[in-house]
Design a protein around this ligand. Structure first.
Ligand code: G3P
Length: 215
């Protein structure tokens, strides 16, 4: 499974990239708003660090305008993928852009039918928001499973990005289901390293090794 980080923070991206496990980045308007400085410069810097796709959201709402904005955003760097929210206008823009070879990550996916439409429009990625579904009492990971089944039934090349990840269990569930990508916040990535028995085990080995070293 590919691991993306869900952030627009360059320092977090650099740190996770240094682990050698980072395949890409997803941003959204809320994440971008947390950072300072020029938006396009920041995205270019992120692209220069990460040797993989970097999703950047188009904010226009009409298909023609989304298309125009997407073409501008795609000029920032060859790794830029255009995030487009799931609407009729977004689907129209996705159809146009995918025919022109511009990669689209269709975002704010909350149903299997939305993902089916995005795949048919040629989206390179669909992003079901699992945490936000969990928040309203619907199992977000069930949706991921449905989408994977549908894409597999017809051999769509569209990849599923499990988004709105809130904890490490979402990540391991995504991997067990065979999701193509999980986009994970920095704090959840850090939690994935940890198990108390690992820490206890390391301490015990260190102590025992001190006795060996004393001999
Ligand atoms: O980037 C999209 C998604 O991951 C947002 O997550 O936590 O705001 O629901 P969240």
């Amino acid at each position: 499974m590919k691991i993306f980080i869900d952030t627009a923070n360059l320092e977090q991206i650099k740190e996770v990239d240094s682990w050698g496990i980072l395949d890409g980045v997803t941003t959204n308007p809320s994440l971008v708003a947390k950072e300072t400085g020029d938006f396009k410069t920041n995205i270019r810097k992120i692209c220069e660090v990460v040797g993989g796709p970097v999703s950047v959201e188009a904010m226009s709402t009409k298909a023609e305008e989304i298309h125009k904005e997407a073409k501008e955003l795609a000029k920032i760097h060859t790794n830029v993928v255009i995030k487009i929210p799931m609407t009729e206008e977004g689907i129209k823009a996705t159809s146009m852009l995918s025919k022109e070879g511009v990669k689209v990550n269709m975002t704010l996916i909350f149903s299997a039918n939305q993902a089916l439409l995005a795949a048919k429009a040629g989206a390179a990625y669909v992003s079901p928001f699992v945490g936000r579904l969990d928040d309203v009492g619907q199992d977000g990971m069930d949706l991921v499973s449905e989408i994977l089944d549908i894409l597999d039934n017809y051999g769509y090349p569209t990849e599923v990005i499990v988004a709105s990840v809130r904890h490490p269990i979402h990540v391991s569930q995504a991997a067990r289901m065979g999701a193509h990508v999980a986009t994970i916040p920095y704090d959840v990535l850090k939690k994935m390293f940890k198990h108390p028995l690992t820490d206890i085990g390391i301490n015990r080995f260190q102590k025992d090794w001190e006795n060996v070293a004393k001999r």
